[in-house]
Design a binder for this molecule. Structure first.
Ligand SMILES: C[S@@+](CC[C@H](N)C(=O)[O-])C[C@H]1O[C@@H](n2cnc3c(N)ncnc32)[C@H](O)[C@@H]1O
Length: 282
Protein backbone atom coordinates (compact mmCIF):
# COMPACT_ATOMS: atom_id res chain seq x y z
CA UNK A 1 0.00 0.00 0.00
CA UNK A 2 1.31 3.44 -0.88
CA UNK A 3 2.30 5.96 1.73
CA UNK A 4 -0.93 7.66 2.72
CA UNK A 5 -0.81 10.92 4.57
CA UNK A 6 -3.91 12.16 6.27
CA UNK A 7 -3.74 15.33 8.24
CA UNK A 8 -6.24 18.06 8.63
CA UNK A 9 -4.62 20.20 11.30
CA UNK A 10 -4.37 23.98 10.99
CA UNK A 11 -1.24 26.10 11.25
CA UNK A 12 -0.78 27.17 14.87
CA UNK A 13 -0.35 30.88 15.65
CA UNK A 14 3.39 30.53 16.14
CA UNK A 15 3.86 28.43 12.98
CA UNK A 16 1.90 30.98 10.95
CA UNK A 17 3.89 33.84 12.44
CA UNK A 18 7.29 32.29 11.80
CA UNK A 19 6.41 31.39 8.20
CA UNK A 20 4.92 34.83 7.64
CA UNK A 21 8.13 36.51 8.88
CA UNK A 22 10.33 34.24 6.76
CA UNK A 23 8.24 34.73 3.60
CA UNK A 24 8.26 38.50 4.07
CA UNK A 25 11.99 38.60 4.73
CA UNK A 26 12.99 36.41 1.78
CA UNK A 27 10.41 37.28 -0.85
CA UNK A 28 8.79 40.55 0.20
CA UNK A 29 5.37 38.91 0.17
CA UNK A 30 3.10 40.13 2.99
CA UNK A 31 0.60 37.66 4.32
CA UNK A 32 -2.24 39.13 6.35
CA UNK A 33 -4.40 37.07 8.71
CA UNK A 34 -6.94 36.77 5.89
CA UNK A 35 -4.40 34.76 3.88
CA UNK A 36 -3.97 32.21 6.64
CA UNK A 37 -6.41 29.67 5.26
CA UNK A 38 -4.94 30.00 1.78
CA UNK A 39 -1.43 29.47 3.15
CA UNK A 40 -2.58 26.49 5.20
CA UNK A 41 -4.12 24.80 2.16
CA UNK A 42 -1.14 25.46 -0.04
CA UNK A 43 1.38 24.31 2.52
CA UNK A 44 -0.58 21.12 3.12
CA UNK A 45 0.35 20.16 -0.43
CA UNK A 46 3.97 21.01 0.26
CA UNK A 47 4.03 18.91 3.44
CA UNK A 48 2.64 15.84 1.71
CA UNK A 49 4.79 16.46 -1.37
CA UNK A 50 7.91 16.36 0.80
CA UNK A 51 6.75 13.13 2.45
CA UNK A 52 6.24 14.88 5.81
CA UNK A 53 3.22 14.42 8.05
CA UNK A 54 2.69 17.73 9.85
CA UNK A 55 3.23 21.47 9.69
CA UNK A 56 5.50 21.15 12.69
CA UNK A 57 7.81 18.85 10.71
CA UNK A 58 7.87 21.36 7.87
CA UNK A 59 8.69 24.26 10.20
CA UNK A 60 11.42 22.20 11.85
CA UNK A 61 12.94 21.34 8.48
CA UNK A 62 12.96 25.02 7.52
CA UNK A 63 14.45 26.02 10.89
CA UNK A 64 17.20 23.41 10.58
CA UNK A 65 18.17 24.21 7.03
CA UNK A 66 16.43 26.87 5.00
CA UNK A 67 18.28 25.78 1.84
CA UNK A 68 17.75 27.62 -1.43
CA UNK A 69 16.00 24.52 -2.71
CA UNK A 70 13.57 24.36 0.20
CA UNK A 71 12.86 28.08 0.00
CA UNK A 72 12.24 27.75 -3.71
CA UNK A 73 9.80 24.92 -3.00
CA UNK A 74 8.13 27.12 -0.38
CA UNK A 75 7.70 30.04 -2.74
CA UNK A 76 6.35 27.77 -5.46
CA UNK A 77 3.50 27.00 -3.10
CA UNK A 78 3.04 30.46 -1.68
CA UNK A 79 3.06 32.79 -4.68
CA UNK A 80 0.00 33.52 -6.75
CA UNK A 81 0.86 32.97 -10.38
CA UNK A 82 -2.42 33.56 -12.14
CA UNK A 83 -1.95 35.19 -15.54
CA UNK A 84 -3.08 34.92 -19.17
CA UNK A 85 -2.34 36.28 -22.65
CA UNK A 86 -3.26 39.89 -23.41
CA UNK A 87 -4.13 40.71 -19.80
CA UNK A 88 -4.72 44.47 -19.53
CA UNK A 89 -4.46 45.06 -23.30
CA UNK A 90 -4.18 48.86 -22.97
CA UNK A 91 -0.53 48.31 -22.03
CA UNK A 92 0.31 46.56 -25.28
CA UNK A 93 -1.43 49.32 -27.17
CA UNK A 94 0.59 51.85 -25.18
CA UNK A 95 3.78 50.05 -26.21
CA UNK A 96 2.92 50.19 -29.89
CA UNK A 97 1.42 53.68 -29.91
CA UNK A 98 3.75 55.53 -27.52
CA UNK A 99 6.71 53.72 -26.01
CA UNK A 100 8.05 51.98 -29.12
CA UNK A 101 7.79 54.98 -31.49
CA UNK A 102 9.41 57.22 -28.87
CA UNK A 103 12.30 54.88 -28.17
CA UNK A 104 12.89 53.86 -31.77
CA UNK A 105 13.10 57.55 -32.68
CA UNK A 106 15.54 58.36 -29.89
CA UNK A 107 17.73 55.31 -30.49
CA UNK A 108 17.96 55.86 -34.23
CA UNK A 109 19.28 59.35 -33.60
CA UNK A 110 22.12 57.80 -31.59
CA UNK A 111 22.66 54.96 -34.06
CA UNK A 112 21.84 52.56 -31.27
CA UNK A 113 19.77 49.50 -32.23
CA UNK A 114 19.41 47.91 -28.83
CA UNK A 115 15.96 47.81 -27.25
CA UNK A 116 15.73 46.41 -23.70
CA UNK A 117 12.41 45.42 -22.08
CA UNK A 118 11.94 43.54 -18.81
CA UNK A 119 8.95 41.57 -17.58
CA UNK A 120 9.57 41.42 -13.82
CA UNK A 121 7.37 38.81 -12.14
CA UNK A 122 6.53 37.16 -15.46
CA UNK A 123 4.91 34.03 -13.97
CA UNK A 124 4.40 31.40 -16.72
CA UNK A 125 5.42 33.80 -19.48
CA UNK A 126 2.17 35.00 -21.07
CA UNK A 127 2.98 38.68 -20.38
CA UNK A 128 6.50 38.40 -21.79
CA UNK A 129 5.27 36.73 -24.99
CA UNK A 130 2.73 39.52 -25.49
CA UNK A 131 5.42 42.16 -25.03
CA UNK A 132 7.54 40.35 -27.63
CA UNK A 133 4.52 40.18 -29.97
CA UNK A 134 3.89 43.92 -29.57
CA UNK A 135 7.57 44.66 -30.23
CA UNK A 136 7.47 42.49 -33.29
CA UNK A 137 4.28 44.10 -34.62
CA UNK A 138 5.79 47.55 -34.31
CA UNK A 139 9.22 46.66 -35.64
CA UNK A 140 7.70 45.13 -38.79
CA UNK A 141 7.27 48.67 -40.10
CA UNK A 142 10.76 49.84 -39.15
CA UNK A 143 13.43 49.28 -41.80
CA UNK A 144 16.34 49.09 -39.33
CA UNK A 145 17.25 45.78 -37.73
CA UNK A 146 16.75 46.39 -34.01
CA UNK A 147 17.98 43.92 -31.42
CA UNK A 148 14.74 43.71 -29.49
CA UNK A 149 13.63 41.07 -27.04
CA UNK A 150 12.47 40.63 -23.50
CA UNK A 151 14.14 39.58 -20.29
CA UNK A 152 11.50 37.79 -18.21
CA UNK A 153 12.13 36.93 -14.58
CA UNK A 154 10.29 35.34 -11.71
CA UNK A 155 10.99 33.92 -8.29
CA UNK A 156 9.30 30.60 -8.86
CA UNK A 157 11.19 27.90 -10.75
CA UNK A 158 7.93 26.05 -11.33
CA UNK A 159 6.35 28.84 -13.41
CA UNK A 160 9.62 29.49 -15.24
CA UNK A 161 9.64 25.90 -16.41
CA UNK A 162 6.15 26.38 -17.86
CA UNK A 163 7.29 29.65 -19.45
CA UNK A 164 10.26 28.02 -21.19
CA UNK A 165 8.04 25.22 -22.39
CA UNK A 166 5.76 27.86 -23.97
CA UNK A 167 2.72 25.56 -24.26
CA UNK A 168 -0.63 26.95 -23.12
CA UNK A 169 -4.26 25.80 -22.89
CA UNK A 170 -6.89 27.36 -25.11
CA UNK A 171 -8.45 29.35 -22.25
CA UNK A 172 -5.21 31.20 -21.67
CA UNK A 173 -5.18 32.72 -25.16
CA UNK A 174 -8.89 33.60 -25.27
CA UNK A 175 -8.26 37.37 -25.23
CA UNK A 176 -5.41 37.40 -27.74
CA UNK A 177 -6.37 39.07 -31.07
CA UNK A 178 -6.97 36.43 -33.76
CA UNK A 179 -4.24 37.85 -35.97
CA UNK A 180 -1.66 37.59 -33.19
CA UNK A 181 -2.78 34.02 -32.47
CA UNK A 182 -2.16 33.03 -36.09
CA UNK A 183 1.13 34.84 -36.36
CA UNK A 184 2.74 33.87 -33.08
CA UNK A 185 1.17 30.58 -31.94
CA UNK A 186 0.77 27.13 -33.42
CA UNK A 187 -1.85 24.61 -32.42
CA UNK A 188 -0.57 21.26 -31.19
CA UNK A 189 -2.30 17.89 -31.63
CA UNK A 190 -3.29 18.07 -27.97
CA UNK A 191 -5.38 21.17 -28.71
CA UNK A 192 -2.96 23.33 -26.74
CA UNK A 193 -1.03 26.21 -28.26
CA UNK A 194 2.71 26.68 -28.49
CA UNK A 195 4.57 29.93 -29.06
CA UNK A 196 6.25 29.74 -32.47
CA UNK A 197 9.96 29.19 -32.57
CA UNK A 198 10.90 32.59 -34.01
CA UNK A 199 9.22 34.33 -31.07
CA UNK A 200 10.63 31.89 -28.52
CA UNK A 201 14.07 33.20 -29.47
CA UNK A 202 13.04 36.71 -28.44
CA UNK A 203 12.45 36.04 -24.73
CA UNK A 204 14.97 34.96 -22.12
CA UNK A 205 13.61 33.54 -18.85
CA UNK A 206 15.66 33.73 -15.66
CA UNK A 207 15.01 33.13 -11.99
CA UNK A 208 15.39 36.38 -10.08
CA UNK A 209 14.18 37.53 -6.67
CA UNK A 210 13.07 41.17 -6.77
CA UNK A 211 14.06 41.41 -3.09
CA UNK A 212 17.76 41.08 -4.01
CA UNK A 213 19.55 44.20 -2.84
CA UNK A 214 21.64 44.35 -6.02
CA UNK A 215 20.17 44.17 -9.49
CA UNK A 216 22.83 42.66 -11.77
CA UNK A 217 21.90 44.29 -15.08
CA UNK A 218 24.71 45.86 -17.09
CA UNK A 219 22.45 48.24 -18.98
CA UNK A 220 19.28 50.05 -18.02
CA UNK A 221 15.94 49.06 -19.56
CA UNK A 222 13.71 51.11 -21.83
CA UNK A 223 10.51 49.57 -20.46
CA UNK A 224 9.87 47.58 -17.28
CA UNK A 225 6.63 45.70 -16.73
CA UNK A 226 5.92 44.74 -13.12
CA UNK A 227 2.22 44.02 -13.16
CA UNK A 228 0.27 42.36 -10.39
CA UNK A 229 3.40 41.55 -8.41
CA UNK A 230 3.69 44.44 -5.94
CA UNK A 231 0.11 43.86 -4.76
CA UNK A 232 1.61 41.23 -2.47
CA UNK A 233 4.19 43.64 -0.99
CA UNK A 234 3.77 46.15 1.84
CA UNK A 235 4.27 49.89 1.23
CA UNK A 236 7.92 50.00 2.33
CA UNK A 237 8.92 46.94 0.27
CA UNK A 238 7.16 48.45 -2.72
CA UNK A 239 8.92 51.81 -2.33
CA UNK A 240 12.33 50.14 -2.11
CA UNK A 241 11.60 48.06 -5.19
CA UNK A 242 10.42 51.04 -7.22
CA UNK A 243 13.68 52.78 -6.29
CA UNK A 244 15.63 49.82 -7.70
CA UNK A 245 13.48 49.80 -10.83
CA UNK A 246 14.25 53.49 -11.33
CA UNK A 247 17.99 52.82 -10.96
CA UNK A 248 17.66 50.28 -13.76
CA UNK A 249 15.48 52.31 -16.10
CA UNK A 250 16.71 54.74 -18.78
CA UNK A 251 15.61 58.35 -18.39
CA UNK A 252 12.48 58.51 -20.58
CA UNK A 253 11.82 54.81 -19.91
CA UNK A 254 8.48 53.46 -18.71
CA UNK A 255 7.47 51.49 -15.64
CA UNK A 256 4.17 49.69 -16.17
CA UNK A 257 2.24 48.22 -13.24
CA UNK A 258 -1.14 46.49 -12.94
CA UNK A 259 -4.37 48.45 -13.40
CA UNK A 260 -5.47 47.80 -9.83
CA UNK A 261 -2.19 49.19 -8.45
CA UNK A 262 -0.78 52.66 -7.87
CA UNK A 263 2.55 54.12 -6.85
CA UNK A 264 3.37 56.80 -4.29
CA UNK A 265 4.97 59.97 -5.52
CA UNK A 266 8.69 59.49 -5.94
CA UNK A 267 11.47 61.68 -7.33
CA UNK A 268 12.06 61.18 -11.05
CA UNK A 269 8.80 59.25 -11.43
CA UNK A 270 6.16 60.93 -13.54
CA UNK A 271 2.59 59.66 -13.80
CA UNK A 272 1.64 59.22 -17.48
CA UNK A 273 -1.76 57.50 -17.41
CA UNK A 274 -3.36 54.88 -15.14
CA UNK A 275 -0.71 52.25 -14.26
CA UNK A 276 1.98 53.82 -16.50
CA UNK A 277 4.90 55.90 -15.14
CA UNK A 278 7.88 57.50 -16.82
CA UNK A 279 11.37 58.11 -15.46
CA UNK A 280 12.27 61.75 -15.84
CA UNK A 281 15.68 63.39 -15.34
CA UNK A 282 16.56 64.71 -11.88
C1 LIG B 1 0.06 37.23 -10.33
S1 LIG B 1 1.62 36.90 -11.06
C2 LIG B 1 1.71 38.23 -12.24
C3 LIG B 1 2.06 37.75 -13.64
C4 LIG B 1 2.02 38.83 -14.71
N1 LIG B 1 2.97 39.88 -14.43
C5 LIG B 1 0.63 39.38 -14.88
O1 LIG B 1 0.37 40.55 -14.54
O2 LIG B 1 -0.25 38.64 -15.34
C6 LIG B 1 2.77 37.42 -9.79
C7 LIG B 1 4.15 36.82 -9.97
O3 LIG B 1 5.07 37.55 -9.14
C8 LIG B 1 6.07 36.63 -8.71
N2 LIG B 1 6.75 37.18 -7.53
C9 LIG B 1 6.24 37.40 -6.28
N3 LIG B 1 7.20 37.85 -5.46
C10 LIG B 1 8.34 37.93 -6.20
C11 LIG B 1 9.68 38.32 -5.90
N4 LIG B 1 10.04 38.69 -4.67
N5 LIG B 1 10.59 38.27 -6.91
C12 LIG B 1 10.23 37.87 -8.14
N6 LIG B 1 8.99 37.47 -8.49
C13 LIG B 1 8.05 37.51 -7.52
C14 LIG B 1 5.28 35.37 -8.40
O4 LIG B 1 6.10 34.23 -8.39
C15 LIG B 1 4.23 35.37 -9.53
O5 LIG B 1 4.63 34.56 -10.60
Amino acid sequence: MGHQVLFDSELTDSQFLSLKVLIHQKFGISLSESKRLLLTNRLRKMVTGLGLTSFEELCQKIRQNASAELLSELVNHVSTNHTYFFREPAHFEFLMRVAMPEWIGKLLQKNDLDLRFWSAGCSSGEEAWCIAMAQNEYLKQVPNQFRAGVLATDLSSKVLELASNAVYPKESIRDLPAKWKDTYLEMLNSGEFRVREFLRREVVFRRFNLMNSQFPFKKAFHVIFCRNVMIYFDAETKRELVKKFLDNLEVGGYLIIGHSESLDRQDCLQYVCPSVYKKVGA
